[in-house]
Design a protein around this ligand. Structure first.
Ligand SMILES: *Cc1c(COP(=O)(O)O)cnc(C)c1O
Length: 391
């Protein structure tokens, strides 16, 4: 058994990351400034979007998008229940109604057909999620939403660096949000980004980021904002400080090597787990050309594995292996249980099936192949039916 605890995620911080942050701390300007602008430029250049706005979280990015679209009471927003609760919370707090669609049983992503079936004349926005580093099948959704004046906001919190089957990098087209939380593929400590190919929408988001003043706190060549700046439309305070932005930028420079490492670890898991009954990794999504492997998720099926998910997670923990759940379905959370009756939550069979079984096992850049092997041996030990197969 391992002597040290292996967490399910851990940021990979290099000496360059430390140096970048230190330089900002010594520079005399630590909040949003040149570092943030340079990060945004690098994002646009690599991803191919028109505008990138760096913000304090992925949640802030989604909040500004919903606010800029004027979403409110009477509006419906179509999204999976199997997502991070931040999205559902935001929808509810605007006064709009979330409409949950079921996900594919093996990719945990919504299908264009399921989303289209949930659309009504009240639908204003759909929020599909690129799950665990794969790309959701978004093109058909863009096309039926375009016909009906519905906005697609892609929740790409898991998918920076992911490439769609058509060759398009996630974030290159339409509007998407990324998260830079420490468990995500790259991190700025806390942070998020909204990317869009719509210059006018990008301008609105940028304005909303800093009090609606029409400027950032920092303007090029000025070292500070003009004291005469005026509120054009009331906004929020979601600007990303340079201390965080330079960390995000430094990590972004290593995105390809991060994904390469994650992919090789994930492939080792795929190969070794295939012989363990009842421990089933996610299936491949046809809509994905390059998976960025944000998470490695298995489904623990008690009837085949002889152990349920809670038992599996506990048993791994006693063997010094950390796990997580991404995510508990939103409709199962207390507040949502009490309020969903009024919503048109349709058939959520696959969501519920996965809700009871999904478990994220360790996957991060600093892991070694020996760590993967430790996880797999621990899984073999805790899954009663595994012994029968291997002998
Ligand atoms: C992490 C995450 C978010 C929110 O990002 P934060 O930066 O933590 O606010 C949104 N959606 C999904 C699917 C996420 O995993």
């Amino acid at each position: 058994m391992r002597s040290d605890f292996l967490p399910f995620a851990k940021p990979s911080i290099s000496e360059e990351d430390v140096a970048a942050v230190t330089e900002v701390l010594r520079s005399g300007w630590i909040t949003t400034g040149a570092g943030c602008a340079a990060f945004e430029e690098a994002l646009c250049e690599r991803i191919g979007c028109h505008t990138a706005v760096a913000l304090t979280s992925g949640t802030a990015a989604m909040h500004l998008a919903l606010h800029a679209l004027g979403i409110g009471p009477g509006d419906e927003v179509v999204t999976p229940s199997l997502t991070w609760v931040s999205t559902i919370n935001l929808i509810c707090m605007t006064g709009a109604t979330p409409v949950f669609v079921d996900v594919d049983r093996d990719t945990l992503m919504v299908s264009p057909a399921a989303v289209e079936a949930a659309v009504t004349d009240r639908t204003r926005v759909i929020i599909p999620v690129d799950f665990a580093g794969a790309a959701v099948d978004i093109d058909p959704m863009r096309s039926f939403c375009g016909d009906r004046n519905i906005t697609v906001i892609e929740d790409a919190a898991h998918a920076i660096g992911t490439v769609r089957s058509g060759g398009e990098e996630v974030g290159a087209c339409g509007t998407a949000i990324f998260s830079l939380h420490p468990i995500k593929t790259i991190t700025s400590g806390e942070g998020g980004v909204l990317v869009t190919d719509d210059p006018e929408f990008g301008d609105r988001i940028r304005r909303l980021r800093f009090h609606g003043l029409g400027v950032d706190a920092w303007q090029r060549g000025q070292q500070g904002r003009s004291p005469q700046a005026e509120v054009i439309k009331p906004g929020f305070k979601y600007n990303l400080p340079d201390m965080n932005a330079v960390l995000g930028h430094s990590q972004f420079n290593r995105l390809d090597s991060f994904i390469e490492r994650r992919t090789s670890l994930a492939m080792r898991y795929q190969e070794q787990l295939s012989s363990i009954p009842g421990i089933t990794p996610l299936g491949e999504a046809n809509s994905t050309a390059k998976n960025s492997w944000h998470l490695f998720i298995v489904r623990v099926d008690e009837s085949e594995a002889g152990i349920d998910r809670a038992g599996f997670m506990d048993a791994l923990k006693t063997r010094n292996i950390g796990t997580g759940i991404h995510f508990r379905a939103a409709h199962g959370h207390q507040w949502y249980r009490e309020h969903t009756d009024a919503w048109r939550a349709g058939d959520l069979t696959n969501t519920n099936w996965n809700d009871a079984r999904i478990c994220s096992i360790p996957l991060f850049v600093g892991m070694t192949t020996a760590d993967v092997d430790d996880v797999v041996s621990a899984i073999r030990e805790v899954v009663p039916t595994a012994a029968e197969v291997t002998t």
